[in-house]
Write a protein that binds this ligand. Structure first.
Ligand code: UFG
Length: 327
């Protein structure tokens, strides 16, 4: 049995879907502060906080949990800079509470959602797992600290983990039933699509004076189902005796903000208005992953490998759920 913390959130709920479609037994554990109960569907659900060690230990025993996939975290880079206490408390102290509960209950396997934000500004080239980890945000710092705990817990207590460092998660489940719904929304593709739906007057481009081909920031967009697939492979790997490790997850192709807007215009057939605005503090110019390591070691391969497919998948969700999970 697999317990998924944050299983009502964007990446968590898609991973739960994918796990269940492949016949895995899953229990979702989420405090619903940012998650949506509607995204959980009919999966077994426990409403709880990762700080509630007693409830975690009881849940591990009740469901005979042998592995945890840990998504529960706050994840807004900008907010982490203005309210670091919230991020250190929830992401760092919360993860320690979860790890304590796992130790107490003897749960040995952990797949952990880490981030490209642990690298910070690395320059132009593809980022490999050996690129220096120097986060530029508190959010990235919390994810790096969590990776460090896991490494120490493996050495001392034999807890085995895989940390997955995601680049820019995007798109929605093929069923069209679940997708991205943050409040407030801060991510590029949903905001562009909100502008396409007329919910915003335009998409603001945060800076066009970066050292990139068109001056706007370059990111590596990776489909949510491809991310989900990597979690499943990581779980299989651990349960088959794999040793602790970490992987990047991206497509290996970078797209600029302007290129993403152009793709969205093509996919939606709508001439989405865009305006150049000032830079957003903390944004590195370019973040593109090398995912060779997970391809080589776990046989992972992104199935959505064009930006058109990724944006079309997001559009299917946003155009049919203009208010997310709200009726
Ligand atoms: N952007 C705009 N206008 C907007 C929103 C975003 O121009 O209205 C730009 C950003 O400046 C950035 C790019 O679009 O250059 C992508 O921005 P997102 O906010 O969609 O994503 P980020 O790259 O900032 O962040 C994502 C995840 C984080 C994670 C990070 C890792 O959302 O959780 O990748 O680098 F930490």
């Amino acid at each position: 049995m697999i317990l998924v913390t944050g299983g009502a959130g964007y990446i968590g709920s898609h991973t739960v879907r994918e796990l269940r479609e492949r016949g895995a037994d899953v229990v979702v554990y989420d405090n619903l502060v940012t998650g949506h109960i509607e995204a959980v569907g009919d999966a077994p659900f426990v409403k709880g906080d990762i700080f509630d060690k007693k409830l975690l230990v009881e849940t591990f025993a009740k469901y005979k949990v042998d592995a945890v996939v840990h998504f529960a975290a706050f994840s807004l880079v900008g907010e982490s800079m203005t309210d670091p206490a919230k991020y250190y408390r929830n992401n760092v102290a919360g993860t320690l509470s979860l790890l304590d509960a796992m130790l107490e209950a003897g749960v040995k396997y952990l797949v952990f959602s880490s981030s490209a934000a642990t690298y910070g500004d690395t320059g132009d080239g593809l980022i490999t797992e050996e690129s220096p980890q120097r986060p530029t945000s508190v959010y990235g710092q919390t994810k790096l600290m969590m990776e460090q705990f896991m490494s120490d817990y493996d050495k001392a207590y034999g807890m085995k983990y895989v940390a997955l460092r995601y680049f820019n998660a995007a798109g929605a489940h093929r069923s069209g039933e679940i997708g991205e719904a943050h409040k407030p929304e801060s991510h590029l593709i949903p905001i562009i699509l909100q502008a396409a739906l007329g919910q915003r007057s335009h998409i603001g481009i945060f800076g066009d004076d970066y050292p990139t081909r068109d001056g706007t920031c370059i990111r590596d967009y990776i489909h949510i189902t491809d991310l989900a697939d990597a979690h499943i492979r990581a779980l299989d790997y651990l349960e088959n005796g794999g040793k602790s490790t970490y992987y990047n997850l991206g497509n290996g192709n970078g797209f600029s903000v302007k290129e993403v807007i152009e793709t969205a215009r093509k996919v939606t057939g709508i001439d989405i208005p865009a305006k150049v605005e000032g830079r957003r503090p903390g944004d590195p110019a370019t973040l593109v992953a090398s995912s060779d390591k997970i391809k080589r070691e776990l046989g992972w391969k992104p199935r959505y490998d064009t930006l058109e497919e990724i944006v079309a998948s997001a559009w299917k969700w946003h155009s049919t759920h203009p208010h997310g999970f709200e009726k």
